[in-house]
Ligand binder design. Structure first.
Ligand code: NAI
Length: 706
């Protein structure tokens, strides 16, 4: 299966086209005319966050006009206007002119899948399926699959080739996620009305504390657009209808429930429709306490729990499908049934009965147990749960766990995901234990979470050493980190880093020392030390120099990427800028990265793994190449594109990347480049401009350009 024709190059069609292109499909993207299709394709370049894993995917998307002959395809996917008659007409045409064996699917969000295929032959209907993506489709893994005929082929492509999470849904209004999500919004609006809760407080509660997406309800609606919401919820409270009338429809209009003014965020008052400064509201992280003690929180939760229970079996067959749909399509951390179990099934059920009579039959059937007990969840065997793996040892910053089959996993989870001395000690201990026992065949490295592998070295500590002018202490830290990374590289067992989310600075350097990286498609990797006024000194530059092996083009690329503290926008982007090697692999479904890393580690072990030699040498550019790099840095300075301190940093970087002041054609050992890294790092650490950058980064989270 390699060709897909997508109808509708709008918000969804174009972004879905990008996903299929990334999966290796040839994509025909069709709209009312070619100009509309081309415009849809062009929007992919501009949209942020980017819907593209790699810009090259655009080459696989061919814009076209619907008026022409239908292209041949293995799959026809419809994402045109939400209009039943128009969609039915298109289906008639696909039946008449399209490939007779192709999958046909619709991305409708509110129409009946059956109704769209009505009037078509039984053969057509047996190939017809609803495939409902969520916006933005690259970042929300859910696709609701609504089978009319046989949906297995479509589901397979979605999960295996696009890395999406498929949830089977029934052909009922709103399917699963929008149905529950809509009820959740309705409950929040009613609760605001009933309790007079301010919108900033409502968002603080209905975000992370209730197990929903971080931005909360109203901030999310600003992003979606109030006009869009109105199409799903025609009967909005009068004050929101008035906002829409005034054009205050959210982010795209410059104002909605929130607006930005003179760098300050303001929030609207529903009673007066006037804006006032947003307040920071502190909310307990204890979900149970919040649910029962906060009247607003309870008013937001209870109707949704009730409604979710009532949606089975009409919208879904199992509680798990509902929970999965909300996590993967709405970014909730807990689905409604998980919330209900978490806050105590019985206690919540009793309060709901007391307030509003009997519960939906599904909830009544739970009796004195929990949803999880009555409806056991099926686990995805490719999604390993690190917390469930037996611990060999645990420390504050990391633990070593047994993944089975002789594979150990070092799970790094330091404070703030930043690497400190205890993290480094754990890395060395893991290497010693795994290398020292026949029990282990391989080591997998796992970062803190799906959002962050690690955000780098603990800057606070370095700054402290610098302020106390304790250079010995600073040097000890760096040397220990270099040694820990080298210990992984030369361990006589294969080491595979399972990476997802951010791997910045030192986090990136750890991964560069693994034999292989198994990166989630959503990986944001970069040596960002220059933003802190430093250069990478944990062996990251040494790895780039070693891999370049004297190739000037690769060294120039390393200077550019590290010099600009570039971070990849995806795993594929990391390959383009040289942080992932061709041998490193990508897990399209990031949740599978640990299982994939384990498999890779075992394959390497079984193939007869031998670590790289400690005395290995590699070519460096030396003097002449260094001159060219230094010139490039100076040219940027002369052109006024970088500051004086940037030029100092660039010069230090260039010197290390060239392998220092050596005759051309020289070969060096790793330690030579590590020494260069460390010396340059310490020199920079002593400068006031670097210390100012570090302070600024620590206090604001943003780099200072001085
Ligand atoms: P859109 O308005 O951005 O794009 C629709 C595209 O269809 C436009 O490019 C338009 O030129 C084209 N079109 C209009 N009439 C047509 C016709 N007669 N034949 C062929 N193409 C025609 O809409 P959007 O948001 O991309 O929605 C498309 C579908 O996806 C709808 O069914 C919608 O319900 C569904 N959907 C939308 C989501 C969203 O968040 N926007 C999420 C999930 C599903």
């Amino acid at each position: 299966m390699n060709r897909i024709a997508i109808f509708g190059a709008g918000v969804m069609g174009a972004q879905i086209a990008a996903l299929f292109a990334a999966a290796g499909f040839d994509v025909d993207l069709l709209d009312v005319n070619e100009a509309a299709a081309t415009a849809g394709k062009d929007r992919l370049r501009k949209l942020r966050p980017s819907p593209l894993y790699a810009a090259a995917d655009l080459d696989a998307i061919r814009p076209g006009a619907l008026a022409g002959p239908l292209p041949k395809a293995d799959w026809y996917l419809e994402a045109i206007v939400e209009d039943l008659a128009v969609k039915k007409q298109l289906m008639a045409r696909i039946e008449a002119e399209g490939d007779p064996n192709a999958i046909v699917s619709t991305n409708t969000s509110s129409l009946s899948v059956r109704a769209i295929a009505e009037g078509r032959s039984a053969g057509f209907q047996s190939r017809f399926v609803g495939t409902h993506f969520f916006n933005p489709p690259r970042y929300l893994p859910l696709v609701e699959v609504i089978p009319l005929g046989d949906a297995t082929a479509a589901e397979r492509v979605l999960t295996h080739r696009l890395g999406k999470r498929a949830v089977l849904a029934k052909d009922s209004p709103g399917f699963i996620a929008n149905r529950i999500g809509g009820a959740a919004i309705a409950a929040v609006l009613a609760a605001v009305e009933a309790t007079g809760t301010d919108l900033d407080e409502a968002d603080a509660i209905t975000g992370t504390p209730l197990g929903r997406s971080r931005s909360g309800t109203f901030r999310t609606l600003d992003l979606v657009g109030l006009d869009t919401m109105q199409r799903i919820h025609p009967d909005l409270p009068p004050w929101i209808a008035e906002m829409i009338r005034r054009g205050w429809v959210g982010e795209k209009a410059g104002q909605g429930f929130y607006k930005r003014q003179d760098g300050e965020i303001l929030v609207i008052d529903p009673k007066t429709l006037e804006y006032r400064p947003r307040r920071r509201v502190r909310i307990t992280r204890d979900l149970t306490q919040l649910a029962y003690d906060n009247a607003f929180a309870w008013a937001c939760l209870a109707p949704v729990l009730r409604f979710a229970a009532a949606s089975i079996p009409e919208a879904a067959d199992t509680p798990q499908q509902v929970d999965d749909a909300m996590r993967w399509g709405y970014g909730w951390s807990l689905g409604p049934f998980e919330v209900w179990d978490r806050i105590g099934f019985k206690r919540a059920a009793e309060r709901m009965r007391a307030e509003g009579g009997s519960l939906p039959p599904l909830a009544e059937s739970v009796g004195g147990r929990t949803f999880a007990e009555v409806f056991p969840r099926k686990r995805d065997p490719r999604e390993l749960d690190i917390a469930a793996a037996p611990a060999v040892w645990e420390t504050s910053d990391a633990d070593l766990r047994d993944l089975g089959d002789g594979v150990a996993c070092l799970h790094l989870h330091p404070d703030h995901d930043a690497i400190g001395p205890a993290t480094i000690a754990a890395m060395r201990r893991a290497a010693a234990d795994v290398g020292g026992s026949p029990r282990w065949q391989a080591l997998v490295l796992l970062g803190a979470s799906a959002e962050r592998f690690s955000v780098g070295a603990n800057l606070q500590l370095m700054l402290l050493a610098a302020e106390e002018e304790d250079w010995k202490e600073a040097e000890r830290h760096i040397a220990a980190f270099q040694d820990a990374n080298m210990g992984l590289r030369h361990l006589d067992r294969p080491v595979v880093a399972a990476l997802a989310g951010m791997a910045l600075g030192g986090g990136c350097e750890i991964c560069l020392h693994a034999d292989r990286i198994q990166a989630a498609a959503e990986s944001y990797i970069g040596l960002v030390e220059l933003g802190a006024g430093l250069i990478p000194a944990g062996g990251g530059l040494k790895e780039l120099v070693r891999r370049a092996n004297g190739n000037p083009r690769r060294i120039a690329l390393a200077l550019e990427t590290a010099g600009q503290a570039k971070v990849s926008e995806s795993a594929r982007g990391a390959r383009e800028i040289g942080y992932l090697s061709p041998a490193d692999a990508i897990s399209l479904d990031g949740g599978h990265r640990l299982a994939d890393a384990k498999d890779t580690a075992l394959l390497l072990a079984e193939a007869g793994y031998a670590p790289p030699r400690v005395d290995e040498t590699f070519a460096v550019l030396g003097r002449d190449g260094r001159a060219a790099l230094l010139l490039a840095v100076q040219e940027m300075r002369w052109a006024g594109r970088i500051s004086e301190h940037d030029a100092t940093l660039g010069t230090a970087l260039a010197n290390v990347l060239a392998g220092g002041d050596l005759p051309p054609g020289s070969r060096v050992r790793a330690q030579h480049v590590l020494d260069l890294e460390r010396e340059a790092f310490l020199r920079l650490l002593g400068t006031p401009l670097t210390q100012a950058r570090m302070k600024h980064l620590l206090s604001t989270g943003r780099p200072l350009r001085n």
